[in-house]
Design a protein around this ligand. Structure first.
Ligand code: HEC
Length: 138
């Protein structure tokens, strides 16, 4: 790429006495790049502000991210995650064993929720802790 050049020395080469014969050439300054708009970070609740309880799981995960498909009137999937009783009777949660629970496995592998962003690390931590603490109605 060629930069437009401008002579900034006052002396033209032919009027020079020969001691500093070369005119000083400097490229024209390039226009300032437009700064990128600053993107606001999406706030994520700190794990310590969340308790590993069913009400946290329900409010944070099950209702906003699962219940649109997993609800009492859905035929497929049949599992209903809209309340504690239904969620537990799916058999997809083994109290005390998150790693063995289908709900945790499906979410940590990214299979669920279908069609939307996978659960965040915080959500997975809270889900895992709630199951490992016995998957209580709390
Ligand atoms: C867009 C719809 C949709 C959403 C949202 C969704 N699921 Fe599913 N889920 C399905 C379908 C469809 C199946 C398959 C059911 C079947 O095979 O009968 C399924 C199956 C499952 C299974 C059973 C897997 C198995 O083989 O035992 C689990 C567990 C599950 N989903 C958990 C979740 C959880 C937890 C969420 C929320 C984080 C969620 N899903 C969100 C549609 C959805």
């Amino acid at each position: 790429m060629l930069f437009p050049l401008k002579v900034i020395s006052s002396k033209a080469p032919e009027t020079n006495n020969g001691s500093d014969s070369e005119p000083i050439l400097e490229p024209e300054p390039l226009p300032e790049p437009t700064p990128e708009p600053i993107k606001e970070p999406i706030p994520e609740p700190a794990p310590e502000s969340l308790e590993a309880t069913f009400s946290s799981i329900h409010k944070l995960i099950l209702v906003p991210k699962c219940a649109s498909c997993h609800n009492p009137s859905s035929i497929r999937p049949r599992e209903d995650y809209t309340d504690f009783r239904s969620t537990l009777t799916t058999g997809k949660i083994i109290p005390g064993n998150a790693e063995g629970s289908e709900i945790y496995k499906e979410c940590s592998s990214g299979n669920m929720p279908i069609g939307s962003a996978p659960l965040t690390a915080t959500e997975l931590t809270v889900l895992k802790a709630w199951i490992n603490n016995g998957a209580q109605d709390n």
